[in-house]
Design a protein around this ligand. Structure first.
Ligand SMILES: [Zn+2]
Length: 156
């Protein structure tokens, strides 16, 4: 089966956008110190769509997929990426990627979450996931509800 998953790489000005895309389950590279050349190189090697606030990147190569982000507003930025890259609801898999490490989360048994999450969370939540790289534990809590509200406004 061909790998058709959407992957992104953000320039250094788009850290918030990178986190939003990870939150929606999209593999999104973001580091502070990439040169425009490295951005293009990684984009080609790993078939990532470049998201950039710098228009210069657009001219670097006609074969690179690149979305020039126009707005400073985080919701507007996300709306633009969703429209330009063809993201539909069925492609969104919220909270499947670590927001810090950009690696897939793995399911965590409730017993294993004991002591790793606040007590009130442990008693009210049954499904957990964890990042094997940084150890952070995720669950459908306030962040999740906030993200769902935000997506309702963005994907109309
Ligand atoms: Zn992590």
């Amino acid at each position: 089966m061909p790998d058709t998953a959407l992957r992104f790489i953000c320039d250094s000005m788009l850290g918030r956008l990178a986190k939003s895309l990870r939150m929606l389950g999209f593999d999104t590279l973001y580091t502070h110190c990439l040169t425009p050349q490295q951005l293009v190189q990684l984009s080609m090697e790993q078939q990532r769509i470049i998201l950039t606030r710098r228009s210069a990147c657009m001219q670097s190569s006609p074969t690179v997929s690149c979305i020039y982000i126009r707005s400073n507003d985080p919701d507007e930025q996300l709306r633009q990426v969703i429209a330009a890259s063809g993201i539909v609801k069925a492609l969104i898999r919220p909270f499947t990627i670590c927001l810090s490490c950009n690696v897939p989360l793995t399911g965590l048994a409730k017993e294993a979450a004991a002591g790793r999450v606040p007590d009130y969370v442990f008693t009210t939540v049954d499904n957990f996931a964890a990042c094997n790289a940084c150890g952070r534990v995720y669950w459908k809590g306030t962040h999740y509800a906030n993200m769902e509200d935000r997506m309702k406004k963005i994907m109309v």
